[in-house]
Design a protein around this ligand. Structure first.
Ligand SMILES: Nc1nc2c(c(=O)[nH]1)N[C@H]1C(S)=C(S)[C@@H](COP(=O)(O)O)O[C@H]1N2
Ligand SMILES: [Mo]
Length: 256
């Protein structure tokens, strides 16, 4: 979270002018977070200002089909490699279920078929990995917001955590990632079922992976097997909100 924290100084400096900025900004009127009145709730004040100043609602750039990369490489885990995952591959993920739980009113487990039957969004975006490569591809899937709506995410939820089916490193720690509600509800945040019009390959995170455009590659959790709404990241694994955040001190907010 270092970026959020380091921006606080900046945010404070702009606070005096924020009232007039807010008044002139109709765009906020459409936003569920703002409608719920979160904006003026003490602790969220800085976060909301930070969002306003950095324009966190802005869409990521989308590209034309002719700009798509001929090859989209894979990175990190290329196959979770467990007997359980192999069985799901063999049965084409018919029994794969993604529970959405934690701070929700109606915990719900979604099958891949259910996700496929939701309104789907397709977006051609650029993936940027910290290791120094990028690729442009077309991702298709339902918005995360749709699932959160079905499950009835509570107002007390501040983060959405993605628990993955793979384990990494010598310690075999499970991969996981998390995002805040600004990114969770963003229209381009989807649970991708397909890359370039084909069902996700094992290498790219079959059957379901997160796309959180405007953040770096490691935030895009592959092999999503559980989605949890939480008020704090403290109790989860190393407490820093993601596998790489825990083991290598990567920034939690990996904005591009
Ligand atoms: N579950 C899981 N998700 C993951 C990773 C991983 O190792 N495990 N690697 C991350 C990194 S660093 C990148 S760059 C992208 C790579 O996605 P791709 O293999 O589809 O190109 O996945 C991200 N999501
Ligand atoms: Mo990456």
């Amino acid at each position: 979270m270092s970026k959020l924290i380091t921006r606080r100084g900046l945010v404070g400096a702009f606070a005096a002018g924020a009232g007039s900025l807010l008044a002139g900004c109709d765009r906020l009127g459409d936003d569920p977070t703002f409608r719920k009145g979160l904006l003026f709730r003490g602790d969220d004040w800085n976060r909301s200002l930070q969002r306003l100043l950095s324009n966190r609602d802005a869409p990521a750039r989308e590209y034309r089909p002719d700009q798509m990369s001929p090859v989209f490489r894979t990175n990190g885990t290329r196959d979770p490699g467990t007997p359980d995952y192999a069985a799901h591959v063999a049965s084409n993920f018919v029994d794969w279920r993604i529970p959405v739980d934690g701070l929700v009113n109606r915990p719900t487990a979604f099958s891949v078929a259910q996700l496929r039957s939701m309104p789907l969004r397709a977006q051609i975006t650029r993936h940027d990995c910290v290791e120094g490569w990028s690729a442009i591809g077309k991702w298709t899937g339902p918005r995360l917001a749709t699932l959160l709506d079905v499950a009835g995410v509570k107002d007390s939820a501040r983060y959405i955590v993605f628990h993955c089916a793979d384990r990494l490193g010598r310690a075999r720690r499970p991969y996981y990632e998390s995002i805040d509600m600004v990114d969770a509800l963003h229209p381009q945040t989807i649970l991708a079922l397909a890359l370039n019009d084909r069902a996700l390959s094992v290498g790219h995170g079959a059957p379901v992976r997160l796309r959180v455009e405007r953040q770096l590659g490691y935030k895009h959790a592959k092999y999503v097997q559980r989605i949890e709404a939480v008020a704090s990241l403290d109790g989860i694994a190393g407490g820093k909100g993601g596998y790489w955040e825990d083991v290598a001190d990567y920034d939690w907010y990996a904005g591009i």
